[in-house]
Write a protein that binds this ligand. Structure first.
Ligand code: TXA
Ligand code: MG
Length: 334
């Protein structure tokens, strides 16, 4: 059985009705599609974990329609942290920045997997915002993929990932960024990036000292086998020329490859013909998914420059490589 894919006012009303009753719905955000449920209904939150097959130890991001709603889910540990949060909220919300803050006791512990911290973001997607406002309750929403698999950037991808496990997907077209939000923790004018994403270190530097900590498996999205395709994926270490292409090998190219290079591969996906990192990010998961579902049995991926959102792309590529090379899926996440 597959999920109903809905659009427009009717879709909106059906989705809100379901969320009010404690059901879960696939919804578009500006980053990737999310699997949303009312954060204040523990049964709804439990359904999210169940549908994804996600361990209850892995907390969910809580989504708000505007920064004024922060008081419903989070508090501050110090005046400094409050000031910094406000500055970042003014600069980047609504948008793809998630902040880790102290959770209020009223928010069900299941959402944060028992942690005293909650990850919060204000989404800029108009449909998602509208759903939260009508529901009048924050939405817990992880990416709408099965645990350990590739994040969805279209309603069709959500259908592929979770169609058998959920009833309704709201279709809002393709996601703008195509890459999950940047997650940060804040203290004493220090901004720690726990998961790189569309808001870059350079953009954050204006507001405090920035460090990046993504190696630790305990940080968000930190399990090394995250975002893994089913097929083997290898990042090309030197030049595409070094790969011996065969009809059974696929190429995930950053820019338009030379015709003579491309023609040896069975399938070629190009992230951005002109080499634009934002465009590459927006196309990344879709291209990876296409290769994964194609006839090839190994995917070679070209590196992208590690600057701006390229940091996030390389982070996901390395995890995809690690996850795909592991025979066990146990260490994967999200
Ligand atoms: O762009 C996004 O952030 C998307 C859209 C749907 O909003 N959401 C998303 O959620 O990527 P998810 O669950 O796939 O990834 C969130 C990551 C997970 O690795 C989780 O462990 C971490 O954030 N996380 C969530 N709440 C946390 C918390 N309270 N403390 C530490 N890590 C947390
Ligand atoms: Mg995820």
């Amino acid at each position: 059985m597959s999920a109903r894919v809905l659009v427009g006012e009717k879709g909106f009303n059906v989705a809100v009705g379901m969320l009010q009753r404690g059901d879960i719905v696939g919804l578009p955000t500006e980053t990737v599609y999310g699997l949303g449920g009312d954060a204040f209904q523990p049964m709804a939150v439990a359904k999210i974990f169940e549908a994804k097959g996600r361990p209850l130890t892995d907390p969910l991001i809580v989504h708000l329609p505007e920064a004024q709603w922060l008081v419903r889910v989070a508090t501050f540990e110090s005046q400094d942290q409050k000031n910094l949060t406000e500055q970042l909220a003014n600069a980047f919300w609504p948008g793809p920045l998630t902040m880790l803050l102290k959770k209020v006791p009223e928010l069900p512990d299941l959402v944060t997997a028992g942690s005293e911290f909650v990850a919060v973001r204000v989404t800029s997607h108009p449909l998602f915002q509208k759903v939260i406002r009508r529901l009048d309750s924050p939405l817990a929403a992880p990416s709408a993929n099965r645990f350990g698999c590739i994040s969805p950037t279209s309603a069709e991808d959500v259908q592929y990932e979770l169609g058998e496990r959920i009833d309704v997907i709201l279709d809002g077209g393709a996601c703008q960024h195509g890459m999950e939000s940047t997650i940060v923790s804040l203290s004493n004018q220090k901004i720690r990036i726990l998961r790189p994403g569309p808001i870059t270190a350079d953009q954050l530097r204006k507001y405090g000292h920035v460090s990046i900590t993504t190696e630790n498996v305990n940080t968000p999205g930190g399990s090394p086998g995250h975002y893994a395709p089913k097929k083997e994926l290898r990042i090309i270490k030197t030049d595409i020329i070094s790969v011996q292409p065969k009809p059974t090998t696929g190429l995930l190219a950053f820019t338009q490859p030379d015709d003579r290079v491309a023609e040896g591969f069975g399938v070629v996906e190009i992230l951005s013909p002109k080499g634009d990192l934002r465009e590459a990010a927006a196309n990344f998961y879709h291209a990876l998914r296409s290769l994964d579902n194609s006839k090839v049995d190994i995917i070679y991926a070209e590196s992208v420059p590690e600057e701006g959102i390229g940091v996030a792309i390389m982070d996901r590529l390395r995890r995809a490589e690690h996850g795909s090379l592991k025979s066990s899926r146990v260490a994967k996440g999200d």
